[in-house]
Design a protein around this ligand. Structure first.
Ligand code: ADP
Length: 327
């Protein structure tokens, strides 16, 4: 495909995240501002295969900046993982005269985008849309800040019960094998500890917790646990605690899907808006196969290969702060 982009396809894929709509609005308006047509593709890569596509005008994205979820819907699409599926997707692009794609999603979405871009020489720009914040090359993903805020509001409520009943609560948060939500929400909610998969390979975090005189000056405690096979999740840790320390009155809360929804925070709306404009700028600048990120409050371009493959390290400094403040 040559440059001189006249029409883009826009889709959201993978898990939904608050702020995806703000990104859809931004990409759409910024494209139209630059005289580029926008074709909205429904249900992620599935819509590209089934041809569920509708041309958007600016009014199609009115009144959505404050809404959680994605108006374009999202779906997992196994067919796109096959060359046959991607061939059909490409044929749809040709038929619809779509010259380039902007995809909003997580690492799975970008993995698919990278393969598709290579096979069919299609310019694709990605926007990081996931509450997990597990993409390398960006300080924050769209949805992470909102999910954090949702978690701390829930934890604040649980703390009332924990204190009244003098209980130990293990609260499980999402994070698909990444401890960013757990660590940051533990800090922001004043939790005693965060159990995260990144550290489990180095130390037995539960043992460390007890050894450090956990609960010595408190009558209640809250431990945030990242959902993960590695940590064993909140249920796994609670069962272990019950066995090894029956003196504690242990309870478990799994926050689940409430973490995904809700109106996006100001921060997520702002980064989504900035990233959407940056995606169109990048296309006009003949960039391809990159994710738009934000580092030190500046927009950056991250090759898909790096965003997907490189492990994003947890900030050890945050762990240190949490430990100091939980005495
Ligand atoms: P996320 O983008 O949130 O990580 P998924 O991992 O579910 O979500 O990926 C979203 C979609 O991206 C998948 O349903 C599939 O259509 C596509 N995808 C993921 N991995 C691949 C792959 N290896 N090859 C082609 N497409 C893929």
């Amino acid at each position: 495909m040559t440059y001189g982009i006249k029409c883009i396809g826009l889709l959201t894929s993978g898990g939904d995240a608050p702020g995806m709509n703000a990104a859809i609005r931004s990409v759409t308006r910024s494209a139209i501002f630059n005289n580029i047509r926008v074709k909205a593709i429904y249900r992620g890569y599935k819509g590209l295969i089934t041809g569920e596509i509708k041309e958007f005008q600016t009014q199609n994205v009115s009144n959505i900046i404050q809404q959680g979820g994605t108006i374009l819907k999202t779906a997992r699409c196994e067919e796109f993982k096959t060359i046959e599926g991607r061939k059909i997707a490409y044929q749809t692009m040709v038929k619809e005269e779509i010259d380039a794609l902007v995809v909003i999603g997580g690492d799975g979405t970008f993995t698919g985008a990278r393969i598709f871009a290579q096979e069919f020489n299609v310019p694709i720009i990605g926007l990081p849309g996931t509450i997990d914040n597990d993409l390398y090359g960006t300080d924050s993903t769209i949805g992470f800040d909102t999910a954090l805020n949702t978690i701390i509001h829930a934890v604040d409520k649980i703390r009332d019960t924990a204190t009244s009943h003098e209980r130990l609560f293990f609260i499980e948060v999402m994070g698909r094998d990444a401890g960013f939500l757990a660590l940051n929400s533990a800090l922001a909610s004043g939790a005693e500890a965060a159990i995260i998969p990144e550290r489990e390979t180095k130390v037995d975090q539960l043992e460390e917790l007890i050894k450090n005189g956990f609960r010595k000056s408190k009558n209640s405690s809250i431990v945030i646990v990242a959902e993960s096979e590695i940590t064993g999740g909140a249920n796994g840790l609670a069962a272990r605690m019950h066995k090894e320390h029956p003196e504690y009155d242990v309870r478990v809360t799994i926050l689940g899907h409430i973490q995904r929804g809700g109106s996006p925070s100001a921060y997520d709306r702002i980064i989504a808006s900035r990233m959407g404009v940056a995606a169109i700028d990048a296309l006009l600048d003949e960039q391809r196969s990159i994710m738009i990120g934000i580092v030190n409050n500046e927009i950056v371009h991250v090759p898909f290969t790096k965003a997907i493959k490189d492990d994003k390290p947890v900030n050890e400094n945050l762990l240190g702060v949490l430990q100091i403040l939980s005495i």
